[in-house]
Design a protein around this ligand. Structure first.
Ligand SMILES: [Zn+2]
Length: 244
């Protein structure tokens, strides 16, 4: 898009908010050395300044392009100083391109790591193998999106079950605070989220109490992305029923 077209689109753009500038900080980053921070209306925003335009002054009005508070700011201008700007359509297109790039990058990485994944699956208890393999067989997209997370949760579940040994002990330990849990499960992964920790405990508990349910339990991220998106057993059997 030519600078003239973009400037024309900007003048036609009705999606903006104007705010009086309360504070300007000349705090460039490595990637954007001329960038600065602006406090105006919607809180503090880092503004790229690749053109090296003069910094805005306190008291001037800044125009933020975008849907408003809570949404990305796709353009910043103070009078005729346009620090950056993308039309709504440009912004959406670029976002889409970025997402597609990320998707194919995730897919490439997953395929590259597949021999390692298969080796890790081979180390698992057959019920966990059955569980993970069913996800992988159901949908090729599952691995790049969710594979690493599910594998981690399953391995942690096996570790918890092997270490705590009974479902009663798992119930007891799950209720303890973080530090007490770590004493009993020293090799537990650091950096669990609430979801991954509770799914690890849940699968460990099932493994000892109702092992036959391990392959049928919801996926490790079902609670966050939904059963259909994850392709868990619950969704797969619903789908099979509908087809029957
Ligand atoms: Zn599910």
């Amino acid at each position: 898009m030519s600078p003239e077209t973009r400037e024309m689109l900007r003048h036609q753009d009705r999606e903006f908010e104007d705010h009086r500038i309360e504070k300007v900080g000349a705090e460039g980053t490595e990637k954007s050395p001329n960038g600065f921070t602006l406090s105006a209306g919607i809180g503090c925003l880092f503004v790229r300044n690749e053109k090296g335009l003069p910094l805005p002054q306190v008291g001037e009005m800044v125009r933020y392009y975008g849907k408003g508070f809570g949404f990305p700011v796709r353009g910043v201008a103070v009078d005729d100083r346009v620090y950056y700007y993308e039309s709504a359509q440009e912004y959406d297109t670029n976002l889409q391109i970025e997402r597609e790039k990320k998707k194919s990058e995730d897919r490439r990485k997953w395929i590259e790591g597949l021999p390692g994944v298969r080796a890790r699956i081979a180390e698992m208890h057959p019920l966990f193998q059955q569980r993970v393999n069913a996800f992988m067989d159901y949908d090729d997209n599952w691995g790049p999106k969710f594979g690493a997370y599910e594998m981690m949760v399953c391995e942690q579940a096996e570790y918890i079950a092997a270490t705590l040994e009974t479902s009663e002990e798992i119930e007891r330990v799950q209720k303890l605070g973080y530090n007490d849990q770590r004493l009993l499960l020293p090799d537990m992964e650091e950096g669990h989220s609430g979801n991954s920790a509770s799914m690890s405990f849940r699968l460990a508990w099932l493994f000892l109490k109702h092992p036959e349910l391990v392959p049928r339990e919801h996926g490790a991220l079902c609670a966050l992305v939904g059963c259909k998106e994850y392709g868990c057993h619950v969704h797969r059997s619903k789908e099979a029923q509908a087809q029957a």
